[in-house]
Design a protein around this ligand. Structure first.
Ligand SMILES: O=C[C@H](O)[C@@H](O)CC(=O)C(=O)O
Ligand SMILES: [Zn+2]
Length: 276
């Protein structure tokens, strides 16, 4: 498991492109036959991916957690962005089609990921955060994730937001998780932008054509920077940073947060004309 520490606003102002990418972009989450994880010190969120091909992949423990097992003091949210798959939690199997979400409660010991068909493997996007109590392991199908449509074609940000783990959905200690899908011809996400000093956020971009890119914007609202992101890559967003993107075509992304509260609406909006 890789590890990333914090960066201050002042430090980020002086970063060049490769420094920004090293600190905030995760390029290799989805690798056939592997589980790849990155430990971020922003709210101690672990961001990763599991792509089971030949047989199932068991979630191992890591010495750096100083825990008896991975979820001894943690909870986990998983969303499948690939072919049909299943996740086994202490002997109970949960089937996940594309865009289904499984919340795995603290205390769960044996976790493994598998695909129905190795030719079109499941691609499980993983977020894990420290947890102070156990909530039940819960599966939510895409259709039950209360879709809300935002934006419009005129402003190129017509999109549907699906919420899975949050105050009024699957219960958790601090994880908040859902996904957003842009309509054909719409390319802007999270515009107007916002910050939420109470929560960090991670974005995982998927369903982007291999020859297209997304310009992801970060930074303080009056000190923005961008990075280009490709399909199946993730961005870590500090609590003081905007997190918006503009694609060269439409795409989807999973958003996930950890921190002070689980109120999806707790955002401080930034007027478009105030961005610099
Ligand atoms: O804090 C919430 C997150 O940034 C996202 O849910 C925003 C988003 O999906 C969008 O506007 O497209
Ligand atoms: Zn946000």
């Amino acid at each position: 498991m890789k590890q990333r520490y914090h960066n201050s606003q002042k430090e980020v102002k002086g970063m060049n492109t490769s420094e920004l990418r090293e600190q905030f972009l995760i390029e290799d989450l989805m690798t056939n036959g592997e589980i790849k994880l990155t430990y971020s010190h922003y709210d101690r969120i672990i961001v990763g991916g599991a792509v089971p091909t030949n047989g199932s992949l068991a979630l191992e423990n890591f010495p750096m957690l100083r825990a008896e097992f991975f979820l001894e003091r943690r909870e986990m949210g998983v969303i499948n962005v690939g072919g049909h798959g299943s996740i086994s939690v202490d002997g109970k199997a949960y089937d996940l089609a594309k865009k289904d979400c499984l919340y795995i409660g603290r205390g769960s010991k044996e976790i493994s990921f598998s695909s129905k068909d190795a030719g079109t493997p499941a691609e499980f996007y993983i977020l894990s955060a420290p947890a102070h109590k156990e909530y039940p392991t819960t599966l939510m199908k895409e259709a039950d994730a209360t879709p809300v449509t935002l934006g419009s074609a005129e402003t190129s940000n017509h999109r549907t937001i699906y919420k899975y783990i949050y105050a009024d959905g699957i219960q958790s200690c601090q994880l908040v998780m859902g996904l957003t899908t842009l309509k054909t011809g719409s390319v802007w996400n999270t515009m107007p932008s916002h910050v939420h000093d109470r929560r960090m956020e991670a974005y995982f971009y998927f369903d982007l054509a291999a020859d297209q890119t997304i310009f992801h914007f970060m930074g303080e609202p009056q000190e923005t920077r961008h990075m280009t992101v490709h399909n199946n890559q993730a961005i870590i967003s500090p609590p003081w940073s905007i997190h918006s993107g503009c694609g060269t075509s439409n795409y989807s992304f999973i958003w996930g947060m950890g921190g002070e509260n689980q109120d999806y609406g707790d955002m401080d909006a930034v007027a478009i004309t105030d961005l610099k």
